[in-house]
Design a protein around this ligand. Structure first.
Ligand SMILES: [Cu+2]
Length: 474
């Protein structure tokens, strides 16, 4: 190489430069692993490693794991930052930014002690970088533009290289124009598997991962508003909203681990029905056993990661969702007054003479909304829905189902369909006679009597139910 170059330089200077440049870029091209792209938003089968140290792969909810190539003992990955079209739910597409064809980007899985080289090509219209959230690495690989590196300008490729020193649950995201790039969907999951048995890391039968993210996309629009700080209207898991989020399908008796990371601007109390779980790890690593206790809800704060584990020993279709009720709703187009308890059918009839499509929302709560055929703009997510075996699930956003089945095969992640409840195990309508329900009737009696008392009946408030119109951010 050196001697070739010298030879060229002896000749015409300009020819020498050209040939040198060409050979350099050819070498550079040869050094880059072919980027692997994904065009489907489906949950892909676990990527079983065929090179490097073995591990039990994770499954990314509505996502996939990035293949790598081994190069002299180094695991090489190629991430391409680029605009993508993400189907957030069937019939609802968003124009986001992501990696390798999807938002979030692919999950990266390595083993503790692996030397990892990640090529990052920038096909965005602006500079970017990648920060490897939670990793121990040389400071210059930390991905903070201006602080530890030059920005990756559009069209350029940077290389990050470090040893995955500690096992655990991590994520990656830009540290350049973060507000825009994360609001546009740039993020991905990272799992470092333990290289040997670790007393704090259990072997599990199923290991699911996803990121909590949020978007503000006006009904009928395709691109998120990036200035939004709290008023998001789409609460998603891996840039999917219910009913677009796949179910987590497990076999009865499986040990199940679910890892989550929060890249929204608010906390999400994640709640599992029918089972108790332990929080076995954070992005700081496995939790000491003395700190673990059973929960059914765990809060994932902003910028945090949590891994939960449970024994799936109850058959059924178990709801699994964020417990903030506004986060299990999808976008609404406009401010809606609370109409609960307000009889307004006569009014609607009058208005319909003038505006045929007019519809009053929420006279009996908002549940009706999911069954009404509301006229909505094209490319708008329904506020809530999801057809279950008993009708509409009346949910949206951060909601899914853990399906536990005795006849699910080991390692089979296919959706088994709806649970068939054994006869006599469903809640049912009572039609027989009933004793009077007991009601708490007494009033007052507080230990500190008010110094001034209102006249009885003077204060009686109407509770105004939340309207949700402004983005479900409370
Ligand atoms: Cu939430």
């Amino acid at each position: 190489m050196t001697s070739n170059r010298r030879n060229f330089l002896i000749g015409s200077a300009s020819a020498g430069v050209a040939v040198t440049a060409a050979s350099v870029s050819r070498v550079a091209m040869a050094a880059l692993p072919e980027p692997v792209l994904q065009d489907k938003p489906d949950t892909m089968a676990p990527l079983v490693p065929n090179t490097g140290r073995h591990y039990n792969p994770v499954v990314t909810l509505n996502g996939w794991t990035l293949p790598w190539r081994m190069n002299n003992g180094v695991k090489e990955f190629h991430l391409v930052a680029e605009p993508v079209v993400r189907e957030m739910a069937p019939g609802f597409k968003a124009h986001l930014w992501g990696y390798n064809g999807q938002s979030p980007g692919p999950t990266i899985e390595v083993v503790e002690g692996d030397r990892v080289r990640v090529f990052v090509t920038n096909k965005l219209p602006e500079r970017t970088s990648i920060h490897w959230h939670g990793q121990r690495l040389p400071n210059g690989m930390d991905g903070v533009v201006g602080l530890t590196q030059m920005p990756i300008e559009p069209g350029k490729t940077f290389v990050y290289e470090f040893v995955a020193r500690r096992p655990g649950t991590f994520m990656y995201h830009p540290h350049a124009d973060e507000m825009t790039q994360m609001a546009m969907g740039m993020m991905g999951f990272w799992v470092t598997h333990p290289k040997a048995k670790n007393p704090l890391i259990e072997e599990v039968d199923r290991d699911f991962v996803f990121l909590l993210n949020a978007y503000d996309i006006e009904p009928g629009a395709y691109t998120p508003k990036i200035m939004t700080m709290l008023d998001f209207n789409l609460w998603s898991w891996n840039s999917r909203i219910f009913p677009g989020i796949d179910s987590l399908n497990v076999r009865k008796g499986d040990k199940v681990r679910i890892r989550m990371g929060n890249l929204t601007m608010t906390n999400h109390p994640i709640h599992l029905h029918g089972h108790e779980f332990l929080v076995t790890g954070t992005d700081g690593g496995p939790t000491p056993k003395s700190t673990r206790w059973y929960e059914v809800t765990t809060d994932v704060a902003v910028g945090q990661m949590r891994q939960i584990e449970f024994l799936a020993d109850e058959e059924g279709d178990w709801a699994f969702h964020c417990h903030k009720s506004h986060h299990t709703m999808n976008a609404m187009g406009h401010e809606v007054p609370t109409m609960i308890g307000v009889e307004h059918r006569g009014v609607v009839k009058e208005i319909n003479k003038l505006i045929p499509d007019y519809m009053v929302m929420g006279e009996r709560g908002m549940g009706d909304m999911s069954e009404m055929e509301m006229p909505i703009p094209d490319n708008t997510a329904r506020m809530m829905g999801g057809e279950g075996p008993f009708g509409s699930v009346e949910m949206g956003g951060m909601f899914s189902v853990v399906k536990v089945r005795a006849d699910q095969k080991a390692g089979d992640y296919k959706d088994p369909g709806w649970f068939k409840h054994p006869k006599g195990t469903n809640a049912f309508e009572w039609t027989g006679s009933m004793p009077e329900p007991a009601r708490f009737a007494s009033e007052g009696g507080q230990s500190m009597p008010p110094s001034k008392r209102n006249k009885p009946g003077e204060i009686e408030v109407q509770i105004r139910k939340p309207t949700g119109g402004s983005g479900h951010n409370h």
